[in-house]
Design a protein around this ligand. Structure first.
Ligand SMILES: Nc1ncnc2c1ncn2[C@@H]1O[C@H](COP(=O)(O)OP(=O)(O)OP(=O)(O)O)[C@@H](O)[C@H]1O
Length: 272
């Protein structure tokens, strides 16, 4: 009998308190390889705080957080971080690096290339393959400042994947994208998940329309507490989302994708 795989991420009864304010309360979450979680909730619900725990950027105030089997507080957080892909849409690159070189900075986890670091031919091939999977194969030599927001987002995902992370964290990756760019990004994420079945991902968003069809699980956060968590079709329901956003909405799923529509109060006619 094989031993059960160690979860990629495991939070048990986690509280985060900052300046006396509870940001997360009693959160438990277990993510296994091959699972693709959506973290949903309104502004200030605690999604980014939870993602910071998963990315080994902050410690919990109470409870236990294990990232890739290592317990926060007992490991070198900086080293652990290098095994987690974290896509930050506010990537602070200013120089006109070529796309392939932006992706290679993922190996050193730096914004600019490290002067004496020479990637191997295998690593260069891998950067190209990732960019191709993400639909950027035609832009390998384009310069960073010339890319659109959507193209930058896809390059940053390839960059985060360079060190072969087992966990990829995506903080609102579709924010600010136009319709076509959003759809391309979501298709790229679906393709990535197909090509890397061992990868686990956690994606934060406010918008159900920004969930890739390959999403397998979801957690709903409301003012720092977990409202529902588990298989996506049991969690992303009209009832749960209405409670989560404190607003009456109707949720539908078509061809794998979700849509939310606000319910209006019944129209009162003026006649009779
Ligand atoms: N260092 C801090 N000290 C005090 N409060 C904080 C701190 N960091 C975040 N907060 C507060 O914690 C709450 C949760 O923040 P967080 O960024 O995790 O929410 P979020 O769900 O990601 O929100 P959004 O969707 O708006 O990005 C917010 O009310 C925020 O103002």
């Amino acid at each position: 009998m094989t031993a059960p795989a160690v979860p990629v991420l495991n939070l048990r009864e986690v509280d985060v308190v900052r300046d006396g304010a509870p940001l997360l309360r009693s959160i438990s979450l277990t993510v296994h390889q091959g699972e693709h979680w959506a973290l949903l909730g309104s502004n200030g619900a605690g999604k980014s705080t939870l993602l910071s725990l998963a990315g080994a950027l902050v410690h919990p105030t109470r409870g236990t957080v294990e990232v890739l089997g290592r317990t926060l507080g007992r490991v070198d957080m900086r080293e652990l971080r290098s095994f987690v892909g974290h896509v930050d849409p506010r990537h602070p690159l200013r120089s006109p690096l070529r796309v392939r070189n932006v992706v290679l900075t993922g190996l050193t986890n730096t914004v600019e290339p490290v002067p004496r670091h020479r990637p191997t031919p295998d690593q260069c091939d891998r950067a190209e393959r990732l960019l191709t999977t993400l639909g950027m194969g035609g832009k390998l030599d384009a310069r960073w400042p010339t890319l659109s927001h959507g193209q930058r987002g896809r390059v940053l995902i390839a960059r985060a994947l360079m060190p072969l992370p087992r966990l990829l964290l995506l903080d609102e990756p579709a924010t600010g994208l136009d319709l076509a760019a959003r759809e391309q990004l979501l298709e790229s994420l679906d393709a990535l998940r197909r090509d890397h079945p061992e990868l686990a991902t956690v994606l934060v968003t406010h918008h159900l329309e920004e969930l890739p069809a390959s999403t397998t699980h979801a957690m709903l956060l409301r003012t720092g507490e977990c409202l529902a968590s588990g298989a996506v079709d049991e969690v992303v329901t009209t009832d749960h989302i209405t409670k989560c956003f404190d607003h009456p909405v109707h949720i539908s799923r078509t061809d794998g994708r979700w849509a939310a529509r606000a319910l209006r109060p019944p129209h009162r006619g003026t006649g009779s």
